[in-house]
Design a protein around this ligand. Structure first.
Ligand code: FEO
Length: 400
């Protein structure tokens, strides 16, 4: 049975929630599910904005059939070819031979790569600033390269002031019956998952996001319709401000995130003592055990906090594996502009500190506070004094 939501007088959400997906993109846990958003406009001509993941195609086709009410589907606008939105394009076009595909030239190339049919005779290729009138609606196409794929395209509808923003302004988390962000306490209940989504999916491409934010600033926007999570129709200034912070790699929170990798608890002991000393000095602290917490959550907090401490034991003459994976993940997401301190452990040939620094050093605008603090096996009095000094240095910087 169909399950649709009314967005405006002539626009329906015809997407679907997915709560069975264990790992989005095969790597990001989504314990609260995810939505694949598809929007149907019933103008003089009908227009569908994007499709859904294969996993949700049965619900999607049911919704679309209901939404069209027997009308033909005149246009499918493809904003992004990642299969969580485009896997169902081929099935849709085979069911609807009347539909023309509105896309840019990069999407044309990808269509031919993903599907057995390239649909070349059905394509309407658009470029930056091109328009499409479907009756009351007048759509303008806005390219958004590398947010977060090269072919990404947003669409602006001048009639109802709608920005179809592709993956931008999306979040992890199923909709659970709601559709508008103002139906929930988004900035308290959903912002952490929105940050985890942004930083892990789009975080590497901050300059490209800034370019799109500048384009969007020139538009009169009443609705933001992303490909995941809620539609925004009011009060989105705070969320756009978060995007401005995240994409410029500006810390949201003055404080220290401590991530540690500990085999027998001694490195964890050092991390806990440092956290206690920082708290005594009035510094906000967030801690993560890299062997327990999936990297996507720690990457999100690394984007959030101003100061980062990484503490790891030496293992196989390298950095302990969960910390090594985390640091490569942070480097792959091109985090910049953070203050960093390192703690290493090693019972006979400690190298973790040097190797952790080698991973992080190439990132832009990173400042290291002191040399790696060495814990040779278990903590002794000299390390307590060094942790005291590290806490002083971090607190002075955080609270400056
Ligand atoms: Fe939600 Fe990049 O696809």
């Amino acid at each position: 049975m169909y399950c649709v939501k009314q967005i405006t007088g002539d626009m329906l959400w015809v997407g679907a929630d997915d709560r069975r997906l264990a790992f989005f993109e095969g790597v990001y846990a989504v314990p609260d599910g995810v939505s694949y958003n598809s929007y149907l406009i019933l103008d003089e001509q009908t227009v569908l904005f994007d499709t859904v993941d294969k996993a949700a195609e049965a619900q999607f086709f049911e919704n679309l059939r209901y939404g069209l009410g027997g009308r033909p589907l005149d246009y499918l606008v493809i904003s992004h070819m990642e299969p969580d939105h485009a896997a169902t394009v081929e099935g849709l076009l085979l069911r609807h031979p009347e539909t023309r595909v509105v896309c840019n030239d990069k999407i044309r190339v990808m269509l031919a790569r993903y599907f057995a049919t390239d649909f070349s005779e059905r394509l309407l290729i658009v470029a930056e600033g091109d328009t499409l009138c479907t009756g009351r609606h007048n759509f303008t196409f806005v390219m958004a390269p590398m947010v977060h794929w090269p072919e990404v395209m947003m669409t602006y509808d001048a009639a109802d002031k709608i920005l179809f923003s592709a993956d931008a302004f999306g979040s992890f988390g199923a909709l659970n019956g709601r559709i508008f962000a103002d139906e929930v306490d988004f900035m308290h209940e959903y912002i952490d998952e929105a940050r985890r989504y942004y930083t892990n999916i789009v975080g590497k491409y901050g300059p490209q996001v800034q370019a799109v934010l500048n384009k969007a600033a020139a538009l009169d926007i009443a609705y933001i319709c992303p490909l995941h999570s809620f539609v925004w129709r009011q009060g989105f200034g705070d969320f756009i401000a978060k995007y401005a912070q995240w994409s410029s790699y500006t810390p949201e929170q003055s404080g220290v995130m401590i991530a540690y990798a500990s085999v027998y608890g001694h490195t964890e002991n050092a991390a806990n003592i440092l956290a206690a000393k920082l708290s005594d000095r009035g510094v906000k602290v967030k801690m993560h055990d890299t062997s327990v917490i999936p990297a996507s959550y720690i990457v999100a907090d690394a984007f959030k906090y101003s100061h980062l401490v990484f503490a790891a034991t030496t293992y196989n003459m390298g950095v302990f594996v969960t910390m090594e994976n985390l640091l490569h993940d942070i480097a792959a997401h091109a985090l910049r502009n953070r203050k960093i301190a390192l703690i290493e452990n090693g019972s006979w040939a400690p190298v973790a500190g040097k190797l952790m620094r080698q991973i992080l050093e190439p990132l832009k605008d990173m400042t290291f506070i002191g040399a790696p603090l060495l814990v040779p096996s278990a903590l002794k009095q000299p390390q307590l004094e060094e942790l005291e000094a590290l806490a002083d240095a971090l607190a002075a910087d955080v609270l400056a």
